[in-house]
Design a protein around this ligand. Sequence first.
Ligand code: AMP
Ligand code: MG
Length: 341
Amino acid sequence: METKYWDSYNNADEQQLAIQQAAKLLQQGEAVAFPTETVYGLGANATDEQAVNKIFNAKGRPQDNPLITHVASKSQIAELVTDWPDYVDKLMELYTPGPITFVLPSNGRCAPNVTAGLNTVGVRIPSHPIAQQLLTACGLPIAAPSANISGKPSPTTALHVWEDLNGKIAGILDGGPTGVGLESTVIDCTNSIPIILRPGGITKEQIEQAAGSVMVDPGLAVKTEKPKAPGMKYRHYSPEVPLWIVNGGKQNIKQTIDQLQAEGKRVGLMGTAQMIDGIHAHSTISLGETIEQVATNLYDALRTFKREDVDVIVCQSFSERGIGQAVMNRLTKAASNHIHV
Ligand code: AMP
Ligand code: MG
């Protein structure tokens, strides 16, 4: 299939036309990639089982992994679910539109492959202007997982989407690099206290502030427990190159790199500008200075190392405060728990 690529985000008139064309393809039951504030999504009509199947086929996504449905407004969420507890109103007031997904009791309007047969549905209102305009233009709830081949790092540029899905989907709307760089926070809102199923763009501290209390799915931390978000059990975000997380700072990183180089390995090093300063490796990528910048740059760095042909990637560990919790969650998964103390 020929994939249409709209690279019009620098021209307001052309962009309006591109959004209208993309919305039409979505209405016709096609799968189209678009930017959100977290990562690029691969969208299809959430009420059309066949359209949603195109997402699973293009990504090679396991059928038991449910999709997040994206809508433009709170009233559109109400059309997909039965009800929600009061704390959801507070969370919505403060953090939507934004990188937070609410798992709520489904009323069955979304196609069964969107919810993977569960009686709940994950819904979110993205804040990215192009995502908002596209959702408004098509007037449909849009199921949209990240627009990458399943298991690969999520795409933070339209070029990443092109690398993975060219020829497999109807179109790609280029909206420039995404902002947050990591996926949304997924919260189970079917109990009296919200439960974080996947850490993401909205932090645990922010949720606690709005809802009073919050729990974290034990399946996220303990390997023997089954995570409640089916997607969290897969080895995700994989850079195709072994990734080592090194605890303990500069000295430990230097030692690890020396050891790997002595074994004849080409080492790719990534970390904050401060951390990597003065350390020599085959190839080095600065992820920025703040933890927010690390989140923004992480997936692009993993993809770059793959192109640069390194044998192993070494990365520092980060504090789990704020968005650091999501950063460490993705890094640990990419490393398959290969952590060096
Ligand atoms: P992705 O769209 O690739 O960012 O992944 C969406 C994540 O949300 C996966 O980890 C899913 O398992 C999770 N998810 C989506 N819908 C639900 C749901 N109804 N219940 C629990 N987890 C969900
Ligand atoms: Mg994904």
